[in-house]
Design a protein around this ligand. Structure first.
Ligand code: SF4
Ligand code: MG
Length: 341
């Protein structure tokens, strides 16, 4: 069953340098219970997309158009009080920085219990009980006695676990995790990712996982959307994306995944950087960095198409890519080879 359907979402920021389109005509869907990855470098529009789902875009940003259907209801049409009920309750967010997600002046337990009281209408005793259970479930040792600790008394990994407990406290159907492990070391990262996945399964929640790291996606996602400069450039199942990527940007991201035994520098990344969104290159916005770019790439904006048929991709298409190679507008070929160990 489709849980979330985003149709033609466009988000602009009205800055002094001009209008910045942070998310440009974005469509995707998430099925109930699945783990959906959103991948791209910083500035791709991943976080803005997430904040749009929570209706947390603030001035000078504005959701310009589109719909965000959550179980068929458009979040963009809801009143402020309706959206407050959805937020935290049905859609919860795990922010990348646990330190800003936790309030330093309240004990960890009280913050979680407060969310539970507010959303689930629990009494004090019940809220405390549920909080202790959750803290225990996310792997905080001795949860009962840590209830009254303040955030600064927790390690980084434990803070992130507390944030996850808070996100799960009201049993959401969709969990948005924005770079949930970026601030952690590799071992803790692996543990927390496993944990998030187990918990989502246990709580029967879908996950929208936002990351710049395709390695993280490989570990826990089922379907993936790759974004570049505010637009989706490729959508696929994880297997298809790894074994048969269709977009040159995806291929570039893949070669920056470190492999075991790899002597190369960890980040053998794509040359150049994501364009400044005030000044996105014409045509294919990736063309200044693309090894396959031809003259037409600077003129024609590649539509998102089904790469097999070259026809405009719909939200139902499992595979889609935005590159002129699939619309017959490229003279050469994308002659890369993918080796996945
Ligand atoms: Fe590269 Fe051209 Fe395809 Fe863009 S449209 S990804 S520049 S080949
Ligand atoms: Mg971000």
């Amino acid at each position: 069953m489709t849980l979330l359907e985003v149709n033609d979402l466009t988000v602009n920021f009205y800055t002094e340098e001009g209008v910045v389109t942070a998310v440009d005509d974005l469509s995707y869907r998430i099925e109930s219970g699945e783990t959906f990855g959103v991948v791209g470098e910083s500035g791709a529009g991943k976080s803005v997309t997430a904040l749009s789902l929570m209706r947390l875009i603030e001035s000078p940003g504005r959701i310009e158009s589109g719909e965000i259907l959550f179980r068929g209801e458009d979040l963009l049409e809801m009143s402020d009080s309706e959206i407050r009920d959805v937020r935290g309750n049905e859609i919860a967010m795990i922010f990348q920085d646990a330190q800003t997600a936790l309030n330093p002046v309240y004990s960890v337990g009280d913050q979680i219990a407060e969310a539970i009281r507010h959303h689930l209408d629990y009494g004090d005793g019940e809220a405390r009980e549920r909080t202790v259970k959750l803290l225990d479930r996310v792997g905080i040792p001795d949860a009962e006695s840590r209830y009254d600790d303040y955030p600064h008394e927790f390690s980084g990994g434990m803070q992130q676990r507390a944030v996850i407990a808070m996100a799960l406290s009201c049993d959401p159907d969709l969990l948005i995790a924005d770079e949930p492990t970026t601030a952690l070391d590799v071992t803790t990262e692996a543990k927390i990712l496993d944990e998030i996945q187990d918990l989502a399964e246990e709580f029967d929640a879908a996950i929208q996982l936002i990351t710049h790291d395709l390695g993280v996606v490989a570990k826990i996602c089922e379907r993936v959307m790759v974004m570049y400069a505010g637009r989706p450039v490729e959508k696929a199942s994880v297997e298809d994306l790894y074994y048969d990527p269709k977009h040159p940007y995806t291929v570039g991201l893949m070669s920056s995944i470190p492999r075991i035994g790899d002597e190369r520098d960890r980040l053998q990344t794509i040359p150049g950087t994501m364009p400044d969104l005030v000044d996105v290159p014409p045509g294919c916005s990736f063309h200044p960095r693309c090894p396959y770019a031809e003259e037409s790439c600077a003129r024609k904006e590649p539509p998102l198409v089904n790469p097999e048929t070259g026809k405009s991709a719909t939200i139902a298409d499992e595979r889609a890519a935005a590159c002129l190679a699939y619309t017959g507008d490229l003279d050469g070929e994308l002659d890369y080879e993918v080796t996945v160990e």
